[in-house]
Design a protein around this ligand. Structure first.
Ligand code: XMP
Length: 326
């Protein structure tokens, strides 16, 4: 039997009851597979790895060791939420690694987007590997593989994902979500009690803000991007748009324009807002954001974020523009 094929008889998980049944079955299966051994998981805080973590915590508790690598390119508050939810509320065995300086030092002066992605991906593996090397007697590696990853295994995600781990790791794989679609993963996460904003969050590229701080990343511009992005998210949530828009974010290019603040010349970067809807990320349309909201976001970003003096809205559909800027 091909264990990577979803059986035709498998019912779509659409209700709390079905999610509970899935959780009970998986908890029993995970306990049988893992026994009293230890499992390692790279926990990014994204939907898939978070749901795997919650499921494994329920099944084997402290035998799961979650490693959260903060590459310094997370959105505002994300690493903090991982620590709060998994370290504190779920009392998980969590190793938090703040590797921001390592990543940002390696990225210093690098402007080519593919080169940036490679550096981030390789360093992620190196940091994770080092942490794994410090732990003893790990038998299993858990992964947040979901069914679309298997179907598209040679497509977008495989080449995109920073979480691609070394092939020579000597662990047996644990992939409890590998037959589920994203909506099912979200429902299971909800029923497991994970916070709504974690389970329903929008897709976020593995290289994080690294591909939105355009060109060579500097710490000051990265900070400006993170703050502007947080304001955009807050305003989308408050206005209810967050539920209707598939992906929305800010990108900050590495050039400045002239502005004026408090009667003085004020040079700053532009914050570019992108908000798109799509089904499969292959094509995308631009969301029509009400002008009053755009004005409010512009006012807040230019007033609250150091270094930003203009706000632009990207009106380009995909194609011709990709969703990300690099
Ligand atoms: P593009 O920019 O190709 O993006 O239109 C399509 C979707 O993929 C996400 N994306 C990435 N995801 N690593 C990822 O894990 C990446 O390097 C990456 N680049 C783009 C993007 O956010 C969008 O959802």
């Amino acid at each position: 039997m091909d264990t990577n094929k979803r059986p035709d008889s498998m019912e779509r998980i659409t209700t709390v009851q079905l999610a509970q049944d899935f959780i009970s079955e998986q908890v029993a299966a995970l306990q049988a597979q893992i026994g009293d051994k230890k499992v390692l998981l790279a926990l990014s805080g994204g939907v898939d790895s978070s749901v795997v973590a919650a499921l494994l915590i329920k099944a084997v508790g402290k035998q799961l060791i979650c490693v959260h690598v903060n590459h310094g390119l997370m959105r505002k508050g994300e690493s903090e939420q991982v620590i709060e939810v998994f370290g504190k509320e779920l009392d998980a065995n969590l190793v938090y690694v703040d590797a921001s300086d390592r990543f940002l030092n390696l990225l210093s002066g690098v402007s080519d987007p593919e080169q940036k992605r490679k550096i981030i991906g390789n360093e992620f593996i190196r940091v994770f590997d080092e942490e794994a090397g410090k732990l003893c007697n790990i038998s299993f590696l858990a992964q947040g593989t979901i069914y679309p990853d298997i179907i598209e295994s040679k497509g977008v995600k495989a080449h995109h994902n920073v979480g691609g781990l070394p092939e020579d790791m000597q662990f047996e794989l644990v992939e409890p979500l590998k037959l589920l679609y994203k909506d099912e993963v979200r429902l299971v996460g909800d029923v497991l009690g994970l916070p709504h904003n974690m389970v329903y969050r929008q897709p976020f590229p593995g290289p994080g803000l690294g591909v939105r701080c355009l060109g060579a990343i500097t710490r000051d511009r990265l900070n400006a991007l993170r703050e502007a992005d947080a304001i955009l998210r807050e305003e989308f949530e408050n206005s209810g748009l967050a539920q209707h828009v598939w992906q929305y974010f800010v990108a900050v290019p590495d050039f400045k324009s002239v502005g004026v603040r408090d009667g003085k010349r004020y040079e700053g970067w532009p914050a570019i807002i992108r908000a798109v809807n799509t089904v499969d990320a292959m094509t995308a349309t631009v969301e029509e954001i009400p002008y009053p909201l755009l004005h409010k976001i512009t006012d807040r970003i230019t007033a609250e974020v150091d270094g930003i003096n203009r706000v632009l809205y990207d009106l380009t559909p995909k194609p011709i523009g990709t969703i990300e800027w690099e």
